[in-house]
Design a protein around this ligand. Structure first.
Ligand SMILES: Cc1cc2nc3c(=O)[nH]c(=O)nc-3n(C[C@H](O)[C@H](O)[C@H](O)COP(=O)(O)OP(=O)(O)OC[C@H]3O[C@@H](n4cnc5c(N)ncnc54)[C@H](O)[C@@H]3O)c2cc1C
Ligand code: FES
Ligand code: FES
Length: 414
């Protein structure tokens, strides 16, 4: 007998992990964020939210979330006399395309362009990568190799201080503070790196031009070191946070007004004002509130790309994106791709002609991924196509058909 996942009252499949309610704050300055942290000691910070959403699905309970995306000082890239300063809320994608980083630190732009996949780079921030302090994440290794400094605001008294990026220790000891900025010195270095997944040891080394000194950073170490450092952070945070969440709930301090958000969003060309709970994920807004069920959910943790939608033209992981972060954004789902009379879009037609869909579960996400790529570069080269295709998983078709549909593989001889 085929088992069909139960549908809960709110329409979300009962098998999916839920995120408990929280109060949402969107401060406009670091000072405001520090005041909120003082008032809500167990609040967690949200930058891009991919990691946070995953941790909350895994059981992290927080009474409040403080979103950093409205704090101007954390969002820019600035060239100073001896350094390039990158705000902690700058995304990997912005670093990869930033003209200052590309001209002053081209190797850094190139390194970041290979991190994770395009969905992760579009949403994930450099600060979130550092402060998640996951040994599998690469930015800390890169920063250690480049003699970077991390600039924080201390939670207890607002004091600003800087520490050298040296592996995971700074992120672990400053876990309660706000990372504001990363400062990369402009000394002339040739950056060499390797991404080696199998031994799970990533090494980034920088050499000066004369080759008389070498610095290195290490990352992606698995085994006991990984388990120890990772669990050390996540467990102590979650225990504190759970305890505080309980206290807040008992005190009745979570009011309707703080857990509901009203926002403007454009979906497939239609502008809407929606009132949503702060803990609602984008995929649930689309599928369950707006009835756009073409967006699929498979892994529910950011890995497969089935839930890909376009946000301001770029692919994002809707199962790990909080809907509140979509305020004033424009979203395209698969329902918005074909024309009103049902005629297929050129990407859909190319997929059809190449015989791409088999079970079809990955197809909506794949079509949107391909559209975003082709909208950016009319004729992307094979390297770009292969890089983007790594973002989404197809379990049936094999990737040659996608490559063929996108024009980078020869048609098989008939
Ligand atoms: C499928 C997948 C594949 C990935 N592959 C890679 C990879 O190959 N290489 C790699 O390096 N990374 C990889 N990542 C990790 C990704 O780069 C990080 O998840 C991302 O950078 C986190 O950024 P964020 O802005 O979403 O963080 P968030 O989820 O917003 O935050 C992460 C944590 O940091 C805290 N935090 C965020 N900003 C600050 C701040 N300014 N100050 C203090 N605390 C803060 C949050 O409270 C939270 O605890 C992958 C992630 C996924 C989901
Ligand atoms: S369902 Fe979102 S990435 Fe797999
Ligand atoms: S066609 Fe089945 S997963 Fe891609």
């Amino acid at each position: 007998m085929v088992s069909v996942p139960a549908i809960a009252v709110d329409g979300i499949a009962a098998s999916r992990k839920r995120i408990p309610p929280f109060a949402l704050f969107q401060p406009a300055s670091v000072t405001e964020a520090l005041e909120l942290l003082a008032a809500w000691p167990a609040a967690v910070l949200h930058a891009g939210g991919i990691d946070l959403a995953n941790r909350m699905k895994a059981g992290l309970v927080a009474p409040a979330v403080i979103a950093l995306d409205r704090i101007g000082e954390m969002k820019g890239v600035v060239r100073c006399r001896n350094s390039v300063n990158i705000g902690a809320a700058v995304t990997h994608w912005q670093i990869e395309h930033d003209s200052v980083v590309k001209s002053c630190l081209p190797a850094v732009a190139a390194y970041v362009a290979g991190l994770g996949n395009v969905r992760v780079r579009v949403q994930g921030t450099i600060g979130g990568n550092i402060m998640a302090a996951e040994p599998g994440y690469e930015i800390l290794a890169l920063l250690a190799a480049l003699d970077a400094n991390l600039h924080f605001a201390r939670r207890s008294d607002g004091t600003r201080y800087a520490v050298e990026a040296r592996g995971f220790q700074p992120a672990i000891s400053a876990a309660a503070d706000i990372l504001l900025m990363i400062s990369l010195p402009l000394h002339p270095t040739d950056l060499k790196w390797t991404r080696e997944m199998r031994p799970n040891l990533g090494i980034v080394a920088s050499l000066n031009r004369d080759g008389d000194s070498i610095r290195s950073g290490y990352g992606a170490v698995t085994g006991q070191v990984t388990a120890g450092s990772r669990l050390g952070i996540t467990q102590s945070l979650s225990q504190r946070e759970i305890a505080a969440a309980d206290r807040h709930e008992r005190a009745g301090s979570m009011t309707e007004t703080t857990i509901q958000v009203t926002m403007k969003v454009t979906v497939n060309g239609d502008s809407r004002v929606v009132e949503i709970p702060a803990n609602l994920l984008l995929v649930d807004l689309l599928r369950d509130r707006l009835g756009l069920r073409g967006t699929k959910v498979a892994c529910d943790q950011g890995a497969c790309g089935a839930c890909t939608v376009l946000v301001d033209g770029l692919p994002m992981t809707s199962c790990l994106t909080f809907a509140f972060a979509m305020d004033c954004k424009s979203i395209v789902t698969i329902e918005g791709v074909s024309s009103a009379d049902g005629a297929l879009d050129s990407v859909q037609q190319a997929f059809h002609d190449a015989g791409v869909p088999q079970c079809g579960f990955c197809t909506p996400g794949m079509v949107l991924l391909a559209k975003a790529l082709l909208d950016r570069a009319e004729e992307p080269d094979a390297i770009a196509i292969d890089d983007w295709l790594t973002a989404n998983i197809c379990r049936c078709s094999g990737y040659q058909v996608f490559r063929r549909a996108l024009g980078c593989a020869e048609k098989p001889a008939s």
